[in-house]
Every structure is written in structure tokens, then in C-alpha cells.
Design a protein around this ligand. Structure first.
Ligand SMILES: Cc1cc2nc3c(=O)[nH]c(=O)nc-3n(C[C@H](O)[C@H](O)[C@H](O)COP(=O)(O)O)c2cc1C
Length: 142
């Protein structure tokens, strides 16, 4: 099968989530994802996560199952499941953007959170194009 499976979800971070938790999530994610051929972007802002997972469908769905069971977040809502032509973050086992401490891409963040929280489904078509814009600031995404 050609193409890459893209999955984007939105979730609420646990109320007591700390930066140590986020560092641990990233460390484990990068290790697992490198092994599973998964790439993507994790965004944290104001108590919410948005994550893009891209790769083969089966491992991406397995990781999503683990994330749904992970009590560091809850109310996981899948927004996009689609086959795309190429990876948006081919060089990142999991890029990270902290919307609470970085001001880079803040316009994109506002746009993104408007789209993910919209009940109007047509706004979802904007999500992938907005995520693509974060590629421009990828070198900052430690
Ligand atoms: C917001 C969020 C994003 C996560 N993203 C990933 C991910 O991309 N890849 C991954 O393997 N685990 C991710 N995790 C962690 C998983 O829920 C789970 O803890 C981990 O996959 C278990 O790995 P282990 O079996 O190697 O301990 C994430 C967790 C949270 C809360």
C-alpha cells in the first residue's frame, strides 16, 4: 500500500500534569516511534494536546490505543484519519511545540485550536494545512 496514514487527535491533559510528565512522554514516544516508523508532532497548549501521528496504520492505531489508556490525558477525540501522499514531519520521531512557552507560531496555534475545537466539521479541513505550517519552525521543536 502506498501513502502514509495520518491521525490527528485532540485531548485534555490531566490537571496535575507536570513538565516532567511531558518530558517523559516525549522520551518514550521518540524511542517507540523510531522503532515503529512513526513520525509526527505533539502540541501542548493551555491544558490540551493536539497530536499528529503518521506512519503505517496498524502501529499508529496501536499507539493511539496506548494514549487513550494513558491517564496523563483524557477525552481523546480523533479529528482526522486519512491516507496522505507524504509525511509532514519525516525527520521527527515526535516533534514538540509548547504553546505555553514559545511565542513562535502563535498565530498558527490560535488558528489550530479554533479548528480543533470547532463543532463545525468543515473547519477540520483546515487542520492539516495548519499543521504543515509548523514545519517551518521545526528546528525549534525540541
Ligand atoms: C499526549 C500523549 C502523547 C503520547 N504520544 C505517544 C507517542 O507518540 N508514541 C508512544 O509510543 N507513546 C506515546 N504516549 C505514551 C503512551 O501513552 C504510553 O505511555 C507509551 O506508549 C508506553 O510505552 P512503553 O510500553 O514503551 O512503556 C503518549 C502519551 C500522551 C499522554
Amino acid at each position: 500500500m502506498s501513502g502514509v496514514f495520518h491521525l490527528v487527535y485532540f485531548s485534555k491533559a490531566a490537571e496535575d500534569l507536570s513538565y516532567t510528565d511531558i518530558r517523559e512522554i516525549l522520551e518514550v514516544s521518540r524511542r517507540n516511534n523510531a522503532r515503529l516508523g512513526i513520525t509526527g508532532l505533539l502540541i501542548f497548549r493551555d491544558g490540551y494536546f493536539v497530536q499528529l501521528l503518521e506512519g503505517d496504520e496498524a502501529p499508529v492505531r496501536d499507539v493511539l490505543t496506548a494514549i487513550r489508556d494513558d491517564d496523563r490525558n483524557y477525552s481523546v477525540k480523533v479529528l482526522i484519519e486519512a491516507i496522505g501522499a507524504e509525511r509532514l514531519f519525516p525527520d521527527w520521531s515526535m516533534a514538540f511545540h509548547d504553546g505555553d512557552i514559545t511565542t513562535a507560531s502563535s498565530e498558527h496555534l490560535v488558528e489550530l485550536f479554533e479548528s480543533v475545537s470547532a463543532s463545525d466539521l468543515s473547519k477540520r479541513a483546515l487542520i492539516m494545512p495548519i499543521l504543515k505550517k509548523f514545519r517551518a519552525s521545526a528546528p525549534e521543536l525540541k
